[in-house]
Write a protein that binds this ligand. Structure first.
Ligand code: ADP
Length: 258
């Protein structure tokens, strides 16, 4: 994208001159598009939780509801509040990634414990049961604990979200040489082969009716892959439509491999 403008230059004692100015605005346009996309995706995703919270609060203010119903409404308000807060976290992360990058607080992290914690939290709220299988290893990785929790929540959350009507999700952990391997497997709607290349692109969401009716921003996988790669690991997947997906994290165990 170029902009072109003509500037008149007056040099005293000389003829008038004109200057043709070309300016390459490709990068500027790209950033603008990205900003617009962020605003439109985020405001769309804000709409539902905000409307739900407002609606429930108004109902509770207007009516003297039985305790059990109040409790149910409060739980919904709380989970919609968490959705808002994780959406804001994603926006801040995108901001960080696009500027200076993220900063990491590295320690030896007990991944099995972490994964069991994440599975437990999802087991409370998801229809599917999350099973954790671990084989031979201590599963300590040199990593940023909170960022690892974030990646796992994102992958398990997607597995839950994109496998309606199924009853299980399997997380498998094992060690191979100096690597820790984690697979998150669901049996849901899967990812069509012709769009698999796009999946880790910022804002990308599979554009078919099965996927569209499930909410999202297309930011989670982009952020997760960046975090895993900053740990010198990889995040990939295998998937087929209607057969489910397996998201695969590979992380180096040791500090000196980083
Ligand atoms: P979001 O879920 O917020 O849209 P993500 O970046 O986490 O964003 O995922 C990008 C897209 O990849 C999703 O919109 C969805 O179409 C697809 N996707 C991610 N995880 C799965 C999964 N486990 N099964 C099927 N599709 C998935």
């Amino acid at each position: 994208v170029f902009s072109l403008y003509i500037k008149q230059v007056d040099v005293p004692g000389k003829n008038h001159g004109f200057l043709l100015v070309f300016r390459d605005r490709t990068e500027e346009e790209r950033l603008n598009r990205m900003k617009n996309e962020l605003i439109s995706v985020v405001s769309h995703e804000l709409r539902t939780p905000v409307a739900t919270i407002m609606g429930y609060v108004e109902l509770m203010m207007m009516y003297d509801l039985p305790a059990s119903q109040r409790q149910e409404f409060m739980e919904t308000i709380s989970s919609e509040g968490s959705r808002l807060s994780s959406l804001l976290d994603d926006v801040l992360d995108i901001q960080r990634l696009d500027n200076d990058g993220m900063t990491y607080h590295m320690t030896y992290v007990p991944l099995l414990e972490l994964i069991e914690g994440v599975a437990e939290q999802w087991n409370i709220k998801s229809v599917q049961r999350i099973y954790v299988h671990a084989f031979n290893g201590d599963f300590f990785a040199y990593a940023d604990q909170n960022r690892m929790v974030q990646v796992l929540h994102n992958l398990v959350g997607n597995a839950v979200k994109y496998s309606p009507g199924t009853d299980r999700i399997d997380i498998t952990l094992w060690e191979e040489d100096e690597w820790i391997c984690i697979d998150v497997r669901d049996y849901g709607i899967g990812i069509p082969e012709n769009v698999q290349d796009m999946l880790f692109t910022k804002f990308y969401r599979v554009d078919n009716s099965d996927h569209r009716q499930i909410g999202g921003t297309g930011l989670g996988l982009y952020i997760s892959r960046k975090i895993v790669e900053d740990h010198h690991g990889t995040l990939t997947f295998l998937s087929a439509s209607d057969k489910g997906s397996t998201f695969k994290i590979r992380l180096p165990k040791q500090e000196d491999l980083l």
